[in-house]
Design a protein around this ligand. Sequence first.
Ligand SMILES: C[S@@+](CC[C@H](N)C(=O)[O-])C[C@H]1O[C@@H](n2cnc3c(N)ncnc32)[C@H](O)[C@@H]1O
Length: 348
Amino acid sequence: MSQSDTIRALLLPFDRGLLPLPERCFLMRAEADEALDAEWRSRLVCEQGFKPAADRLAKAGFETVRRLDGLFPAGLCLLTKHKAENRANIARALSLLEPGGLLVCCGANAIGSASMERDADRLLGLEGHLSKHQARTFWLRRSGGELPGFLAEWAAAGGPLPVGGSGFVARAGCFSPDHVDTGSALLAACLPDGLAGRVADLGAGWGYLSAEMLRRFPAITGIDLYEAEATALEDARTNIAALVPDRARLADFHWLDVAAGLPEVAPYDWIVSNPPFHDGRKADPAIGQAFIASAWRSIRRRGKFLLVANQNLPYEAELRRRFREVELIRAADGFKVYLSSNRYDRVP
Ligand SMILES: C[S@@+](CC[C@H](N)C(=O)[O-])C[C@H]1O[C@@H](n2cnc3c(N)ncnc32)[C@H](O)[C@@H]1O
């Protein structure tokens, strides 16, 4: 079951003539896909907060925004595996529709979309539904009056919520939104004395590692957080302002695909990363390897790079290709922490 199948299922009510093609329409959690042909491309405004996917959409010629606003006659919403995120997206989608506007949602059976369909039917009333391509497609309309009150709760449950008792906030759909990740906690426990100067955090998520570094290392002069997920980056900004207010001015927040390289800035003294290990669906060590390459390109000659990764991931060879010294400084709980330094000028 691929993303392409889900998009084909999403378009099915239009392809079968059950619904007329809308003049203008938004697509939430959009993905560039050939099923979205030139006809659709001219009608869609695509929302995508994940930078690599947003870049793919823009490259394919779609009008792409990080967050939708305005009013539309119709909207499409691709469901994710996170119930709270789907509920929040449906609540927001309805608020973006003109009275009488159409909302079509679709998600793979494997991510529990049937249960979202049942909820939507029970609470909002569906106009139609289909089941094909191992996915559920259902549609409804915004009524003329006020939106039902429970939608405010759906919207709030998808917003920033406390991460256990840690003091941080994060939201459904982001990495580890309800607890501090074990790998990140291990890396934080290994942050060495002497961490100072200009620092970068690659795949910074909702800011746990950066906040820890700002809190504990007074000799940091600036920290750049690079993160692909726009909502995580927003939460990182909130967390750092709330938890290290006296040092928050040292932090800069960048919505960026780290695998495509960092911007050309003065090289960093320290880089830390707990890199992603999958592309949303399947494990893919190439992403972590691309993060290592980006760190290598942007670090000072004698700079230091701290990386934590699941111990099964094949990162050590990549580190050794790029740094003269690579030390395994901690292995615990299924994770390994490496400290690499003394970069090679060229990679063999
Ligand atoms: C393993 S998580 C670590 C998050 C955070 N540093 C922490 O310790 O909780 C990896 C992070 O990388 C982000 N990410 C995934 N692909 C990315 C990319 N291509 N560029 C930048 N960040 C990416 C994910 O959204 C996620 O927040």
